[in-house]
Design a protein around this ligand. Structure first.
Ligand SMILES: Nc1ncnc2c1ncn2[C@@H]1O[C@H](COP(=O)(O)OP(=O)(O)OP(=O)(O)O)[C@@H](O)[C@H]1O
Length: 263
């Protein structure tokens, strides 16, 4: 059993959602949803398009007010949120370093996060001109500079190439131990779920099933949505790529993301 599975949960959850209902225009978006997240836990929220995953996250963050139900959390709980869409206005020129400067933290921590997310060479770039993958790295770095108790990532792998995606998965997996945060991720990538997650929650307006990844994939509601033949991801990452070839990574054994190769 992997170290991820052996994690023992702290007794009281950091946040608890009870019997959440969201109804918009006479339509149930979420109904009777109970959800909790514990310290240093990595939970992945899966479900088909329109299942209410982003809405559930927004309820947790206080962005959407539920029609019924309760959100129970310490008022001092600090969240960082990397949304699915981030389209800053072109009329507001903003460099990456300006965006990062909005979060106050020690210069040592800042340097570490900038190095580990591989964005050092982007600091003078305009946020509006970043590629999809670069933008995701910058947004993750910014989220971590806030030093959150709960890091919420809504489909964070969009725009990343395969190598960067694997590196980002390794990095996200290391975050609870490294920075003490819990991670809630929305993902359509069933491959990530097996290796990266302590717990999976399958949502389709209501919670269809939740638990360890291998038990969730046996659940009839899960199989009705995703089928029975989906093979989960088995990633064994012991190399890193600089440019177009993979080499053993000897310069730093800690999980980190490499910058895009210089053109
Ligand atoms: N403000 C809103 N007004 C009306 N309908 C909304 C609103 N927000 C969300 N919805 C609807 O609620 C449903 C759930 O949306 P949500 O974005 O939470 O789903 P999701 O599971 O994150 O989907 P996806 O995987 O496609 O990102 C969708 O049908 C969406 O159109």
């Amino acid at each position: 059993m992997s170290a991820l599975r052996q994690q023992t949960l702290s007794p009281a959850p950091l946040i608890r959602l009870e019997q959440i209902q969201v109804r918009i225009d006479e339509r149930d978006i979420l109904k009777q949803v109970d959800f909790s997240l514990h310290e240093k836990e990595i939970v992945t929220l899966i479900g088909p398009n329109g299942a209410g995953k982003s809405t559930l996250i927004k309820v947790m963050l206080g962005i959407v007010k539920p029609t019924a139900g309760k959100v129970l959390a310490d008022k001092k709980l600090k969240f960082s949120y990397v949304p699915q869409k981030f389209n800053p206005s072109h009329s507001l020129p903003l460099r990456v370093k300006d965006l990062l400067a909005l979060e106050k933290c020690s210069s040592t921590l800042k340097a570490e996060i900038i190095r580990d997310t591989g964005i050092a060479k982007l600091e003078n770039s305009k946020v509006q001109q970043l590629s999809g993958g670069e933008r995701q790295r910058v947004l993750l770095a910014r989220a971590l500079l806030r030093q959150p108790d709960v890091l919420v990532l809504d489909e964070p792998m969009q725009g990343l190439d395969i190598q960067s995606e694997a590196e980002l998965y390794d990095y996200v997996r290391s975050l609870p131990e490294k920075y003490g945060c819990a991670v809630l991720m929305v993902s359509h990538d069933l491959q990530w779920v097996m290796q990266g997650t302590h717990r999976v929650v399958c949502l389709n307006k209501h919670i269809c099933c939740s638990g360890l990844p291998e038990s969730v994939q046996q659940h009839p509601e899960y199989q009705a949505i995703f089928g029975t033949n989906r093979v989960f991801y088995q990633h064994h990452h012991d190399h890193c790529a600089h440019g177009d070839h993979a080499e053993p990574c000897q310069h730093d054994s800690r999980p980190h993301i490499h910058p895009e190769p210089e053109v």
